[in-house]
Structures are given as C-alpha cells and as structure tokens.
Design a protein around this ligand. Sequence first.
Ligand code: APR
Length: 253
Amino acid sequence: MSDMERAIAALRSATSIVFFTGAGISAESGIPTFRDKLTGLWSTHDPGKLETAKAFRENPALVWGFYLWRRNQINQAKPNAAHLAVQRLATTGRNVAVITQNIDDLHERAGSVDVAHLHGSLKSPKCFACHRTADLQPSQFDLPQHAVERDPPRCPRCNGRLRPSIIWFGEDLSTVVWKSAVATVQSCQVLVSVGTSGIVTPAAEIPQIALSSGAVVIHVNLVDVSLGTPNEFMIIGKATEALPALLSAACGI
Ligand code: APR
C-alpha cells in the first residue's frame, strides 16, 4: 500500500483528528513562510533579527512597523482550500482540533472554532512592560505606504510600549496553551501535520508526542519531513491540493 492509501485508511476509521499546521498551509494564501526571503521594503531585513525581544528593545519602531506590515499582509490574504478542508471535516461529526504555529487567523476565517495558537496571534497586542493585552482602534494599525517604522502605541494602564502577542525566538510558550495542546494530541487517533518544517521546538515535538501516544501521523508537505517511523505517512504535495484530495478520498468531504 502507498502512504496515500494508508493515510486514507487511517483517516477513514478515525473519530478524533488533530491538524497541526505551520506556515506552509498559509503560503498559497500569499503569506510567505519563514524560510522565504522577505520582499519589498523589507527585502534587506533578516526576520530572525526582528522577531526577538532584544530587537524590540533596541528599535521598537522598526519591529512594530514590521508586524504592522505582516498584519496588513494577513488581512489581505484569504483562507485557501486547505484551511477550508480542515473546517469542512469538523462538520462531519468527527472530533477535530487545530493546533497551529501560525500567527495569522486564516483557520478562524475559514470557520474553524477549536484553534490553539502555539506561537500567539497578531489579534490583540500586549504590553512589553506589564504583559496585559490591549485593544487598539483600527487606525492604530495603519502603516503609511513606504514606511517601515512606526512607534508602538502605549499601554493604557502603565504607559509601557505595546508589542505583538506572539512568542518571539528565545521566549517560552504559554504553559496553558502548550499543556492543553499536548493533552489534545495525546488523545487523538490521527495527527495531520501540514506545512511545517519541524525545526522550531517545542512545537516541533508535537508529531513525536502523537506517535508516542499511539496515533498515526500524516505529513502533508512539499518535501519529505517525516521522522522515519512506521506509523507516519508522507504525502508530498501542495497543501491546497494534497489535503483536500486526502480528506475527500478518506472522509467524502
Ligand atoms: N504546501 C505544503 N507545504 C508547504 C507549502 C505548500 N504550499 N509551502 C511551503 N511548505 C512547507 C515547506 O516545505 C516547509 O517544510 O512548509 C514548511 C514551512 O516551514 P517554516 O517556514 O519553517 O514554517 P513553520 O514550520 O511554521 O515554522 C515554525 O518557526 O520562525 C518560527 O515561530 C515561527 O511559527 C514559526 C516556526
């Protein structure tokens, strides 16, 4: 049997399925992955050097400007066929959860409700000093054309600078979100990992946790990212094509 056939068989009999997603699921919506080079005004910047607390401390306007640019990019993007297929599966009576490393909201905009963001999201910023979240007016997210820098707004409570509510390199994941994600993974029958390189820990441990708990892991990616264990099936292809084809063949959606 091919990996595709074995993946279809595993999904067909599963009632509890977790989707573990990374930048690759949103790539075809126009949101670049972390391994793509930045474009336009940001082409000379290294994202690895902007996505840290140290960078924010040294140049808050540059880092805030970078995330305003990314937020605009996300707002202009639309959920694609892969996000929509995940949501459709949840309407079939199966127990479906989504654990994403993405800071975009494309799963939610596709209609998925049970979405855990391991690396946070760009929705509500939080204070760099007191850590409380703050709601901003839409105009405070504007980034003038051709601008890269913009001073971050101030916290209404302590006047600290606001930063995105995401996990930067070197920061710990939220214990609550991580523990709940691990519990979800430990109780699923099939984990479908879509568009993640599996190199950033601890998120990258999720497929291994699923395997250790007796689940089957199906990877959907442009390249082979499997760990080489017997209960893993590798589907090579674009998320927008391979995932809907897999779910349609297995679950008739
Ligand atoms: N379809 C399927 N897979 C794709 C597609 C596509 N259209 N395009 C890219 N991919 C795959 C790539 O082959 C790669 O394995 O998606 C993966 C993207 O990898 P990364 O850019 O490393 O994204 P991700 O795994 O989500 O990164 C994890 O790293 O930088 C940090 O915090 C950031 O959440 C991020 C974490």
